[in-house]
Ligand binder design. Structure first.
Ligand SMILES: C[S@@+](CC[C@H](N)C(=O)[O-])C[C@H]1O[C@@H](n2cnc3c(N)ncnc32)[C@H](O)[C@@H]1O
Ligand SMILES: Nc1nc2[nH]cc(C(=O)O)c2c(=O)[nH]1
Ligand code: SF4
Ligand SMILES: [Mg+2]
Length: 220
């Protein structure tokens, strides 16, 4: 497959593996993960720093063929920050064309507008405790559709209060599903669950299921 300028699109790939989807409303579904290399953000609690560099350069056809060998319908493109690579939208389109149900994990710092409408965009809003809240691209909110999801990962009670403010100020729950997740090992999940019920917050509580199953193992 060639880009309009005749270039063969290539991406820097960190890893491809099959696992159980541990995040988003697709949690529990057997899924192929395509993890792209590189990220312009540095969330202080990032659990995937190994994907900031390294990996190998692969064509879109190579990646689609590698995904096909797993024989699974669901594919999740993540990173690193996948949208930091200019050929990511072409990869997402190719995976949809190959018949996959595709989701994208993205930081919310980059424009989500070029992503194929068949893709479910799981978009973080970075809370202050991440150290990267200034990077939130608020214009993205207007682009969200019903099948997309907003995720806010919380390091503590201050982040929870910030999330409540954003949900109210931007009417987030009316736009799409909103997921609140604790930073693993940092915010007690039971506390977050209690706050959500106490405040009747119109969100979905989420824990990273893969960490319950496999702790911090790589490629899981
Ligand atoms: C590793 S990121 C890759 C995609 C993209 N860069 C982003 O931040 O959404 C995938 C998801 O893992 C979440 N995440 C990373 N480290 C985490 C941690 N320590 N605890 C909970 N969630 C975490 C991120 O907030 C994001 O929703
Ligand atoms: N099992 C599993 N599910 C995931 N969902 C999103 C992930 C990510 O790193 O973006 C992830 C991951 O790394 N592993
Ligand atoms: S944007 Fe995503 S990959 Fe980048 S540092 Fe933050 S959590 Fe990690
Ligand atoms: Mg992960």
């Amino acid at each position: 497959m060639n880009a309009p300028d005749g270039r063969s699109p290539r991406l820097r790939l960190s890893e491809i593996f099959a696992s159980i989807q541990g995040e988003s409303t697709r949690v529990g579904l057997p899924t192929v993960f395509v993890r792209l290399t590189g990220c312009p953000l540095r969330c202080v609690w990032c659990d995937t720093e190994y994907a900031f560099q390294g990996g190998e350069t692969r064509s879109i056809d190579d990646i689609v063929n590698a995904v096909a060998t797993f024989g699974l319908r669901h594919v999740c493109v993540t990173g690193g920050e996948p949208l930091a690579q200019k050929d990511c939208p072409a990869l997402l389109r190719a995976l949809c064309d190959a018949g996959h149900a595709v989701s994208l994990e993205t930081s919310g710092a980059l424009d989500i507008g070029a992503v194929d409408a068949r893709v479910s965009r799981i978009m973080d809003l970075k809370a202050p405790g991440s150290g990267e809240a200034a990077r939130n691209r608020w214009e993205n909110l207007a682009l969200l559709r019903r099948g997309d999801e907003i995720k806010i990962v919380l390091a503590g009670e201050d982040d929870y209060r910030w999330a409540c403010e954003q949900i109210a100020a931007h009417d987030l729950a009316a736009r799409c599903e909103v997921l609140l997740s604790p930073v693993a090992g940092q915010l007690d999940p039971a506390s977050l669950a209690e706050w959500i019920v106490r405040d009747r917050l119109p969100v979905r509580f989420q824990l990273q299921l893969h960490k319950v199953l496999w702790a911090d193992a790589r490629g899981k």
